[in-house]
Design a protein around this ligand. Structure first.
Ligand code: AMP
Ligand code: MN
Ligand code: MN
Ligand code: MN
Length: 282
């Protein structure tokens, strides 16, 4: 049997709702053999993930999901098999988190002007003292009745032209890819079908990403439709990029798809794990 591989997941180190240990235990229940832990702009969850995974025979791929601003669009770049000890990577992530901290205060300031009181402290209470994400603001606002659920908070408060929206000033694409490479990792465009950009612009993104040294594209994503998946498989072939697969799991109440439920890569794809030593599996 093929091992079950999932190369995109989150913990409470960023905006997931499970601890690294909780995530690994759930991955085990779901039969996952190889799991990349890819928190937003931070690698703090990795050590605990390795410790929890060892006795269960789950292979952890150390990863990170870096926030990038490319032509005014926020794009997420995954680093897979990064060395979390890399100074270049950690300095880059530090810089990215500095913007995140400033942005958190700015989101709260703007929400305050729109009549939402105590959003900063409120969101912080959901962030476990780690990085502050829009997800934490959304959880606070949803739980305090400002909208029906997290998704509605995003729609009504936290996206373009809404009161709590703050434009991204994240890492440059070339920088994010170079940090990942400096850490010995492989750079992958996360959930490429989720960006609200034209086909032309997406092709430009992919081609610039490749010129910067990026090697992969998430063909299978929890957030992709079957149609998206086939389209991205086409781009992977055209641009000679390796194909990745990840659920983007954030926890039991906040996910596109459960762990261990991803469809297989379409046949023409070259899996990003083709040269990896995969030692887990039934
Ligand atoms: P941030 O990096 O702090 O801007 O937060 C982005 C995160 O918010 C993403 O990684 C998703 O987990 C979450 N997110 C973005 N858009 C939505 C949405 N429409 N509904 C629910 N969660 C979302
Ligand atoms: Mn997230
Ligand atoms: Mn993402
Ligand atoms: Mn993600």
């Amino acid at each position: 049997m093929q091992p079950i591989i999932d190369l995109h997941s989150h913990t409470i180190a960023s905006d997931g709702t499970l601890t690294p240990t909780g995530l690994i235990h759930h991955a085990h229940v779901q039969g996952v053999n190889v799991l990349a832990v890819t928190d937003h702009d931070v690698t703090d969850g990795l050590q605990e993930a390795f410790t929890a995974a060892a006795p269960l025979g789950i292979q952890i791929v150390p990863g990170v999901e870096i926030s990038v601003t490319w032509n005014n669009v926020t794009v997420h770049i995954l680093g897979l098999n990064v060395d979390p000890e890399s100074e270049v990577l950690q300095q880059g992530l530090d810089k990215t988190r500095e913007f995140r901290e400033w942005r958190g205060k700015e989101i709260a300031r703007r929400l305050e002007s729109a009549g939402v009181k105590g959003a900063y402290e409120g969101a912080m209470a959901y962030s476990h003292g780690k990085i502050l994400s829009r997800t934490h603001f959304a959880q606070f606002l949803a739980d305090h009745g400002y909208a029906r659920n997290v998704r509605q908070v995003f729609k009504n408060f936290l996206t373009h032209n809404k009161p709590g929206y703050v434009p991204g000033q994240w890492a440059a694409l070339a920088d994010a890819v170079s940090w990942i490479r400096a850490a010995g990792g492989q750079a992958v465009i996360a959930h490429p079908a989720r960006y609200k950009i034209s086909g032309n612009k997406l092709r430009r993104l992919i081609s610039e990403f490749k010129e910067c040294g990026g090697v992969g594209i998430e063909v299978v994503s929890g957030s992709h439709s079957t149609n998206d998946m086939h389209q991205m498989a086409g781009y992977a072939a055209t641009y000679e990029l390796l194909a990745s697969a990840g659920s983007d799991y954030h926890g039991p109440k906040n996910h596109w798809i459960d762990l261990g439920r991803l469809p297989p890569l379409p046949p023409r794809c070259v899996p990003i794990w083709q040269d990896w030593p995969i030692n887990a599996g039934p």
